[in-house]
Design a protein around this ligand. Structure first.
Ligand code: MG
Length: 377
């Protein structure tokens, strides 16, 4: 099966798992990682976690689950064209958001503020905690016991302080080395996916319009192209025809530029990739076009008053839940009480971070409303 470039991540040369396991007869080590991720409960919970719109706002908006699947699709296309490892990139993409709190970035910001005296909260690090520690389904070890390369790809960012505690996995944040090309591509596939599906969801929600989006050069270019080919089409079909063109353009640009960077460096081994500057990248022109789209979304969608209003409500739910568990640890499930290597606050943070949007709302209703709380008893 493996027709891999010499600098690709190769499961036969993996830096291994924390706990040694007997190899599988049919699947390679990265396939096993991907399969473990798909079967874990944190993966299923992504279905009910916000991307931008809170889960109950509409059935057609992206959730963290559909986002992760879209990221994996984009990354696999790029990786296949570059003869890198598809199994590894798929595993990384499907796991990359496992540590996200309910309510997207607003939930994370609120949890980070609650945890400021106990080490803070970083969603990337939390994704690693989920696969290293919090998933509880194997008799011989905690977590999913994933390969080094999968864990390295999941840990996209990390503060130096936390990196120092992670040994070999944190080393690259200290010495400035890079992860595998598969991890680098997963990171950019994430950007391609969320920028484009946020345009789609933003238009669907009515918070941004096609007219507004025509101020963004990359959108305008492909919207006009789609309209020229399909002059009688309008509405959603034209939006889809535009977005598929943008994604295709970005994917191809990423493939061509990365291929050109690889040709220049001529890596002979994954270690050459780790020691070089970042190899996976868009062209300079496309970086700028993509940046313009991101700025537009930041200004008109993520800071739209309806989104900000929901974000503030979400933060308040997370803060109140945190406080109630802090004042009354007896309300926590046993698994999160007095976890051996952390203080109680980390247990509260793990519990809240694992909640889906709707479970957090339900718990908030149950615990923070005296009347409802009495009824439910
Ligand atoms: Mg993501």
């Amino acid at each position: 099966m493996l027709d891999l470039a010499v600098y690709a991540a190769n499961p036969n040369n993996s830096l291994g798992r924390c706990h040694q396991e007997v190899p599988d007869l049919e699947r390679n080590e990265y396939q096993r990682d991907r399969d473990r991720i798909i079967h874990c409960s944190a993966f299923r919970r992504l279905e009910y976690k916000t991307q931008v719109f809170v889960n109950h706002e509409g059935d057609l908006f992206r959730t963290r689950l559909t986002h992760s699947i879209e990221v994996a699709q984009i990354a696999r296309s790029v990786v296949r064209a570059l003869t890198l490892n598809e199994d590894l990139v798929e595993a990384i993409c499907l796991a990359h958001d496992l540590g996200h709190t309910p309510f997207g970035h607003s939930g994370q910001d609120a949890l980070n503020a609650c945890m400021k005296d106990a080490g803070g909260f970083e969603h990337n690090l939390q994704s690693l905690r989920v696969v290293d520690l919090l998933e509880d389904r194997y008799g011989s070890f905690k977590g999913l016991n994933l390969c080094f390369e999968t864990r390295e790809g999941i840990l996209k960012h990390c503060s130096i302080k936390n990196a120092r505690r992670l040994g070999a996995l944190g080393q690259r944040f200290i010495d400035g080395s890079r992860p595998s090309l598969e991890a680098q591509i997963a990171n950019l596939a994430d950007e391609i996916a969320y920028n484009n599906h946020d345009v789609d969801d933003g238009l669907r929600s009515g918070l941004i319009s096609i007219d507004q989006l025509q101020s963004v050069s990359i959108f305008r270019k492909f919207f006009l192209e789609a309209r020229k080919i399909y002059p009688s089409q309008e509405g959603r079909t034209l939006v889809y025809e535009t977005i598929r063109r943008i994604i295709n353009f970005l994917v191809n640009d990423l493939i061509y530029q990365t291929r050109s960077n690889i040709r220049q460096l001529r890596p002979r081994h994954i270690d050459d990739v780790r020691a070089a500057k970042t190899l996976a990248s868009f062209s300079e022109e496309t970086k700028e076009a993509h940046r313009e789209l991101k700025l537009f979304l930041g200004k008109y969608l993520y800071r739209h008053k309806n989104v900000v209003e929901m974000a503030e409500k979400s933060k308040s739910i997370v803060r109140q839940l945190f406080n109630i568990f802090f004042d009354n640890p007896v309300l926590l499930p046993k698994k999160f009480l007095n976890t051996a290597e952390t203080c109680q606050m980390r247990g509260i943070s793990d519990y809240i971070a694992g909640m889906t949007d709707r479970y957090a709302i339900q718990e908030h209703n149950r615990l923070c409303s005296p009347m409802q709380s009495q009824k439910s008893k």
